[in-house]
Design a protein around this ligand. Sequence first.
Ligand code: ADP
Ligand code: MG
Length: 354
Amino acid sequence: QVSLKLEKVTKIFYDKKYNTKVIAVNNSSFEIKPGELVTLLGPSGCGKTTTLRMVAGFELPTNGKIYIGNEDITFLPPNKRDTATVFQSYGLFPHMTVFDNVAYGLKLKKMNKEEIKKKVIDTLEMVGLKELANRAPSKLSGGQQQRVALARSIIVEPSILLLDEPLSNLDALLREQMRIEIRKIQKKLGITAIYVTHDRVEAMSLSDKIIVMKEGKIIQIGTPNEIYENPNSKFVAGFVGKVAFFEVKIENIEREKCIVKFKNKILEIPKYEKNVSVGEKAILMARPESLILKDNDGLIKGRVKINVYLGNTVESFIDTEFGEIMVQIDNPSMKKIYSEGSSTSIDIVPELCK
Ligand code: ADP
Ligand code: MG
């Protein structure tokens, strides 16, 4: 098990024809501990793939250094780095069977035939494909092809596994199953891994840590829980979940509580950032689960636009003077659901806000 470290890594792409440049990755530094799975999360074009490709050695940084363990690998060619990459577009060899695709890396290493056979079968078993060893990739479903790609990467026992949106070609149900499987296999093998995605649910459910990126820059690094509960910006808050923001005035700071005024009402907020000061304005962050609906004496009046039924919760979208606000109603069979078009009001549960 090894660690991975990026130190002030920058990648600039120059286009000579148009004389323009793109700063794809801007001064990125982070460290991944041995055996951790860390997700790069951010909108399309924010530099996730470029970061991964520099770790794999397919791109060289314009500036900065990359270390695996204590070794500086910044300028090593890809085949000299102990990394394996799984791409969104599987990248299987179409003319080879599943078995030969998976065996490929071991043949390159000149391992003997019997050993290869045993290892391939073991690995195919791990990804649930033992029965399909003799098929051609074209005769497999997308999910099965992605499993072959995963098997082909892990069989060479890389120290670092790199996954670039590996599940985005799969349908929703399969994606959910596969992400749990990938996580199980990664933990079982103890491989240090980087997982690239723009899907917040995927990032939340897989990762030891999430690195949120925007326009080439790292905005925040934290555990899924930290990123969700303590986002350091509106961008991060909104990217990892539904959220409403309200401008409040800070009236007082008592022990363990921040007293704020919102629409002439006093709220006591137990969780707040310590650098706020009395008399100043601040932003109150409310996740859908920290809002409740009331008949008419809630803080914010509104009208129900639409209710979305999701089984164990109902998402109620309310039109208000602050724009559309989503209120999440858990255990809906035990609560009142305001019908679409009816007027209602939203109350804030201060204990759950930031
Ligand atoms: P992501 O994977 O987060 O969608 P990328 O790392 O692919 O983002 O791209 C980051 C930025 O770098 C984008 O603006 C993209 O257009 C640009 N870019 C990526 N690869 C190249 C390249 N080979 N030449 C020029 N620009 C590139
Ligand atoms: Mg990408």
